[in-house]
Ligand binder design. Structure first.
Ligand code: GLY
Length: 366
């Protein structure tokens, strides 16, 4: 019997899992995910805060990313509904909690004014609040908060629960996960990706999708034109008490605090160009906690549950690399910078649509 060659995905983070699930739904099978560490846990998505926050994160230079973020957020309900059909109640819900951008001094207030004007010009729904109005929305904010922007339409999700649900759905649909199996090389022959090398093994395949986040450019072979670098983010997980439960994510230019439905309060994050140095550094933790305490003094008494570092996959212009490459049967889904959780539905659609399109082209008579 001839074995059907598998579709391989390199990377078991939010992108690899989302793509794998969508491929199996579209009848592209079998699918195998190769993950250098543990599925979900070794990825940037594990360390992420899970903000679905295109309006809060919109930057002057990133309007395309903002538009794509909005489109991806619109797809979230159907993305989750498909998962729910497969694995039911373990799928997290979108928390449409809004987001607050705060200023704790005059410089930050001036910056907030610029951010407000920019959003108004771009037609992004936003409301300007005084310090008192901000505290009405979020009573835990410090009295030194003098102004804020309220972004009502932003949301968040429990990214860890989502990773778990995606893994379960992938396996339930017949997908295979191979953990602790780093891919050293993509084997290309005559302009076509034909397999991967992992240790001593060569695994032939139908297609390859590189969704290895910040590690995507480290894999040998493949398309040389994809350049992704790691931007380290350190993050602290605190345990909220009933008295210190924030209602929505709050942030200043220095820090964000994101309350999760499992009782964690995430304080993040640094953005460092230090390669793959995964150490958590005292000074950075101290600064993050200090900024967080200035914004929400009640964090002072909270238990520190975890301190983590993750690596955002960044391209030079912060645009993601999604879809076909210049090598036949080789696809990429990486470089989602700060927006991996938000972009997962759209990224999975883009990559799997590109695969289906390539397959149709091949089937068409010349
Ligand atoms: N999106 C949050 C971060 O990258 O820190």
């Amino acid at each position: 019997m001839i074995e059907t060659k598998p579709h391989l995905i390199i990377g078991g983070g939010i992108m690899g899992l989302s793509i794998g699930c969508r491929m199996l739904r579209e009848g592209l099978s079998p699918v195998e995910i190769f993950e250098a560490g543990e599925i979900g846990r070794s990825s940037a998505a594990w360390v992420a805060a899970g903000m679905l926050s295109p309006r809060a994160e919109a930057g002057f230079e990133d309007m395309d990313i903002y538009e794509e973020g909005l489109r991806s957020l619109e797809r979230y309900p159907s993305f989750l509904a498909a998962l729910q059909e497969e694995v039911g109640e373990i799928v997290p819900e979108i928390d449409r909690c809004g987001a607050l951008l705060c200023a704790t001094n005059r410089d930050q207030a001036r910056e907030l004014d610029r951010q407000f004007e920019f959003r108004m010009r771009m037609g992004i729904p936003v409301q300007k609040l005084s310090g008192e109005e901000a505290r009405d929305r979020e009573p835990l904010l410090a009295t030194k908060v003098i102004a804020a922007l309220w972004l009502e339409a932003d949301a968040q999700i429990n990214n860890r629960t989502l990773l778990h649900a995606l893994r379960e759905a992938f396996v339930k649909r017949g997908g295979t996960v191979r953990e602790h199996t780093p891919v050293s090389e993509i084997i290309v022959k005559d302009g076509e990706a034909i397999g991967v090398r992992t240790g001593d093994e060569e695994r032939p395949c139908e297609t390859i999708t590189v969704a290895a986040g910040a590690w995507s450019s480290r894999i040998g072979g493949g398309s040389r034109s994809v350049a992704v670098r790691p931007v380290k983010g350190q993050m602290i997980g605190l345990r909220m008490t009933p008295q210190s439960r924030l209602r929505q994510p709050v942030r200043t230019p220095n820090v964000y605090l994101v309350p999760k439905d499992d009782g964690r309060l995430l304080v993040g994050a640094t953005a460092e160009e230090v390669g793959f140095d995964a150490r958590v550094i005292a000074g950075n933790v101290m600064e993050l906690l200090h900024h967080a305490w200035e914004l929400v003094p009640a964090i002072y008494d909270l238990e520190v549950e975890e301190v983590l570092a993750g690596f955002r996959p960044a391209t030079r212009d912060h645009r993601a690399v999604m879809g076909r490459s210049n090598v036949h049967n080789l696809f990429y889904c990486t470089g989602h910078w700060r927006h991996g959780i938000l972009m997962a539905p759209m990224a999975a659609d883009t990559v799997v649509n590109a695969m289906l399109e390539a397959k149709t082209e091949l089937a068409e008579p010349c």
